[in-house]
Design a protein around this ligand. Structure first.
Ligand code: COA
Ligand code: ZN
Length: 313
């Protein structure tokens, strides 16, 4: 009996996170106008979902202090779904007040990383999630995404099992019960392996599948596993994948991690396999060139190194 080849999905949603995960990694805050030019280039490349920044303490991350201004600039862009990351209720309220309709609430599975990143325990982050949920329930037309940091590996404690993720996810889902929700399993360090990604998605989806619950993957490319991990996530139920144009990034609170998987590398892998992403690759590479020219920006992308005339579009 012959085996049927694994069929790629018809479409995958790409969430561009360079304006958040990428720009926060550049030590000297970028001028807002430079960010605007990069974001405009991403829009012109056909990006339809974007994490434009975060509402966090300006002392913790001065690089994100102009997120409100960026939201105001791009909120009315046709066809662009904007999201902003928040670490607490204050961030969620600020996001809503600035017109953000999609709030990304971040907490880490690892106690140590959660304390390093948002300066409180996982339990305290979950308590605040309950308040954020209440806040969003009273704000019509808003969407919640949960970013579960260190879902595979912690920069301080090492490997994270799917059972550890399950323990936190179960509590979070209990708090969000009837809300539509996208849960992103985040490989904060880039140290996940494709089969670990497959195991976590399979086990967790098996335990928590419900109406209105979608799954996403957020990966870093530190160990060169980014595209492979994303593909394994897609084949085990993720319908949205985070990536950063140019492979920009490196979380200030995750020592040893480099940038997100480069959007152009992921788009190339998908489009060469016939998967629709809606993204124009030559224009995306033009945006990546712009990212690479940012002072202090550390980029990493395979596709940018290939002579353009040798690329198959
Ligand atoms: N947005 C803007 N300002 C905020 C804020 C938010 N979401 N949350 C707190 N602040 C302000 C407070 O008002 C306070 O300001 P003040 O000193 O002028 O009164 C100050 O920040 C400290 O507030 P506090 O509640 O004591 O927070 P903290 O110092 O314990 O820091 C966080 C906790 C979560 C606010 C901070 O660690 C943070 O912003 N982390 C961001 C992590 C991140 O984005 N990581 C990368 C992405 S995963
Ligand atoms: Zn990240």
């Amino acid at each position: 009996m012959s085996e049927t080849p694994l069929a790629p999905p018809a479409a995958v949603e790409i969430v561009e996170v360079a304006p958040r995960d990428g720009f926060q990694s550049i030590q000297t805050p970028l001028p807002t106008v430079d960010k605007q030019r990069c974001i405009q280039a991403l829009v012109e490349a056909g990006i339809t979902r974007m994490e434009i920044g975060s509402f966090v303490s300006p002392r913790a991350l001065p690089q994100m202090a102009d997120t409100g201004e960026l939201v105001a600039n791009f909120a009315n862009q046709t066809g662009l779904r904007l999201a902003a990351l928040v670490p607490n209720l204050k961030g969620a309220k600020l996001a809503l007040a600035h017109g953000v309709r999609e709030v990304v609430y971040v907490l880490s599975v690892s106690e140590t990383h959660n304390r390093s990143n948002v300066r409180r325990s996982v339990e305290e982050s979950l308590d605040d999630l309950a308040r954020v949920v209440e806040c969003l329930r009273n704000a019509d037309g808003t969407v919640l995404r949960l970013d579960l940091g260190t879902s595979f590996d912690c920069p301080f404690d090492g490997a994270i099992s799917w059972q550890q993720v399950d323990a936190v996810l179960a509590k979070a889902l209990g708090l969000t019960a009837d809300l539509p929700l996208e849960v992103a399993l985040c490989d904060t360090t880039g140290r996940a392996s494709p089969y670990q990604v497959a195991e976590h998605f399979t086990r967790l989806r098996g335990r928590h599948a419900r109406e209105g619950l979608d799954w996403a993957f957020h990966g870093h490319d530190t160990y060169g596993m980014g595209v492979a991990n994303a593909l394994f996530a897609i084949h085990h139920g993720a319908t949205a994948i985070d990536a950063a144009c140019g492979g920009l990034g490196g979380c200030p609170f995750a020592p040893g991690a480099t940038g997100n998987t480069a959007t152009e590398d992921l788009v190339y892998a998908l489009q060469r396999s016939g998967v629709q992403t809606g993204i124009d690759l030559p224009r995306l590479l033009a945006a990546a060139d712009r990212m690479a020219a940012l002072p202090g920006g550390k980029t990493a992308s395979h596709l940018r190194q290939v002579p353009r005339e040798r690329l198959c579009w």
